[in-house]
Design a protein around this ligand. Sequence first.
Ligand SMILES: Cc1cc2nc3c(=O)[nH]c(=O)nc-3n(C[C@H](O)[C@H](O)[C@H](O)COP(=O)(O)O)c2cc1C
Length: 399
Amino acid sequence: MTVPKGIRPSRQIFSTEDARRIAARRLPKLIFDFIEGSAGREVSAGRNTRRFDEIMLQPRVMADVAVRSVATRLMGRTYGLPFGIAPMGMCDLSWPGADKHLALAAKHYDVPLCLSSAASTSIEEMYGRADENTWFQLYVGQSMEHSMSLVDRAEAAGYDTLILTVDVPQVSRRIRDLRNGFQVPFSIGPKQFVDFALHPRWSLTTLINGVPSAKNFAGDKGAKFDRNGSRAGADWAFLDQLRDRWKGKLVVKGVTSADDAKRIQRCGADAVYVSNHGGRQLDSVPPAIDLLPLIRNAVGPDYPLIFDSGIRSGEDVVKALALGADFVMVGRPILFALGAEAEIGLNALFSAFAGEISTTMAQLGISGTDQILEQVLFPSLDQAGKMPGSNLKRTNIST
Ligand SMILES: Cc1cc2nc3c(=O)[nH]c(=O)nc-3n(C[C@H](O)[C@H](O)[C@H](O)COP(=O)(O)O)c2cc1C
């Protein structure tokens, strides 16, 4: 897959690990830690990625795989790749102009770009840049009036897909952020000053471009962005209300329980987005990828499922599709890539993932993402009767 015209290929980013390593050097510690950090002792974030390492795929030989397509259908539309950009707040903190680069990438690769309620770009401006590739992600709680005004603005701007995030009734304790004194807007004491001074490139570029802020809270309806405020307004009654109110596609994000997924399906949502928030909310949550086949089992074969949490390579995308996802979103690797090399890094990451998906398909003897089924797993779910390497038995789950 080619990178957009005018963007030179990266000479240093060929994987998430490359991007992470360089971002750790270039970004102030408090920014890098905001991106990478997770809840509690950060066990769940590690588990998410380790589980992917344990899942294996079964190569098949001598199939005609000379021509392969990574285009993928989701909710009635065909996207250029089977993965998109997960909603993440304050992306411009990863590097000035990050949101602009994300919009260009979403258009170029034809993938969904999920704009967070806590984004550093407004709902209207982002839609202006990436139009129908932009989805809007809603947090509810701090002010119901403000939340509903965001829904109205998304509708007026032309958005077709709304994601309701439901796994943040309260932002969890993220110990790195507490230690670093991370706050939005920044509170700069001696510790933060030294951190910024030691990373002059990020600090000066950020000063020149303007310190990012939560643009959808810019004095609108009197709501101020409170990163630690409750977001518990997204309850079952609210979901019913929103389903009546929002005529476009409605996706519910942050689901890890098969019973919750079934109830959301019954409420008329168009898709369930299986995610444990990359381990940023509950440190003892099971790895999201272990829960995916259980949720697929519960909602049936045809109901759209989107997945994130722990995806670090194109092969991981293939594994998630094989375990029941229709589409995958990528979180931290995108911000690492931006932090490491801005738009060059972002495009390097997209190329790496897209290339890996295509070559993995060649190894598996398949030519389209619709053929990525559980049969490509080793051992297959049916042979194993459970997730490879996991003690979660599919058959234990009531449907
Ligand atoms: C810096 C950062 C900010 C995030 N902000 C949001 C957000 O505003 N809304 C949301 O629904 N999820 C948010 N998430 C969670 C992601 O959408 C996604 O679920 C998670 O990053 C996936 O895990 P991964 O990073 O291992 O890919 C955020 C994640 C990160 C890393």
